[in-house]
Design a protein around this ligand. Structure first.
Ligand SMILES: Nc1nc2c(ncn2[C@@H]2O[C@H](COP(=O)(O)OP(=O)(O)OP(=O)(O)O)[C@@H](O)[C@H]2O)c(=O)[nH]1
Ligand SMILES: [Mg+2]
Length: 262
């Protein structure tokens, strides 16, 4: 269930694994029974607060287990969040082709339906798990745990988690990642950090993407940078284009600098 927009009920999600070691399809498993049965005869507003607390506490427990798993494997984990179409899959496809040649990468990718993104990212050297969330407009920590468990993480140095395209709901869900990356593309307009501040405030890194088309779209890079700086002064900012390759080396250096000791 989504805490932010209330768009989901109980969530049934599936995990599809694309891996050269163990190709095949895992049967979708039903989500654990919800613990959100509220019996107190309180007014709706009070009940909502209790549900939120319970669900987020459960997610935080799963996120802590993920964090411990990632630490045991000594891998860097990143949660990539953006509005739909900001360029997450394109960025990851290029990243595994370049950075992934010297640093073993794995990917968990979430979408409501289809395994299109997993197929776009999958390479013989890159295990990928696709989570289909059904109605949920974000990944939660339990989904990521199931996705990660389906992959062979031996020797993996970087685990990328591509979240469902959404600038609102993923902000509330810790997945156990080390680095939260928020993408803002030139096709969206400079004002999005001002209109969707929570996700930008939670970012360690903001990627300003598709800068190759900024000029054509009259996208004002300086204004976008100013808006990001105002809302997310804590975040590192990199401008890049996964199409032209501009800024990609800076992105790879960011990853290298944060690799845990092997
Ligand atoms: N010009 C340009 N187009 C890009 C760039 N990166 C991605 N695109 C295009 O933007 C569109 C969406 O890219 P995706 O990588 O699928 O975006 P996404 O964030 O993964 O989308 P969802 O998973 O649906 O949220 C595609 O048509 C890409 O070719 C870029 O750097 N420059
Ligand atoms: Mg995608």
């Amino acid at each position: 269930m989504c805490l932010e927009c209330g768009c989901g009920k109980s969530v049934l999600f599936g995990v599809r694994v694309l891996s050269v070691i163990a190709p095949g399809l895992l049967r979708p498993r039903p989500a654990a029974p919800s613990e959100v049965t509220v019996v107190t005869p309180e007014p709706p507003a009070r009940r909502t607060i209790e549900v939120h607390t319970s669900l987020l506490a459960k997610n935080d427990d799963a996120a802590a287990r993920n964090r411990a798993l990632f630490a045991r494997h000594r891998l860097l984990s990143l949660n990539l969040v953006s509005s739909p179409g900001a360029g997450k899959t394109t960025l990851l496809s290029r990243t595994v082709d370049e950075f992934g040649l010297t640093h073993k990468c794995a990917v968990v990718v979430g979408d409501l339906e289809t395994d299109n993104d997993a197929r776009r990212i999958h390479r013989p050297h890159v295990p990928v798990a696709q989570i289909t969330t059904g109605t949920a407009c974000h990944l939660d920590a339990e989904m990521v745990a199931r996705g990660a468990a389906s992959l062979d993480l031996t020797d993996v140095r970087v685990l990328f988690i591509e979240n469902v395209g959404n600038l609102v709901c993923p902000a509330a869900f810790d997945l156990g990642e080390t680095v939260r990356v928020v993408l803002l593309s030139a096709t969206e307009g400079e004002d999005k950090p001002l209109k969707y501040p929570p996700i930008f405030k939670s970012a360690h890194l903001v990627l300003l993407t598709k800068i190759d088309v900024a000029g054509v779209l009259d996208f004002n890079l300086a204004t976008a940078v100013e808006n990001i700086r105002r809302v997310a002064p804590q975040a590192r900012l990199i401008q890049l284009s996964a199409r032209s390759g501009a800024g990609m080396e800076e992105w790879y250096q960011f990853l290298r600098d944060r690799l845990p000791p092997a």
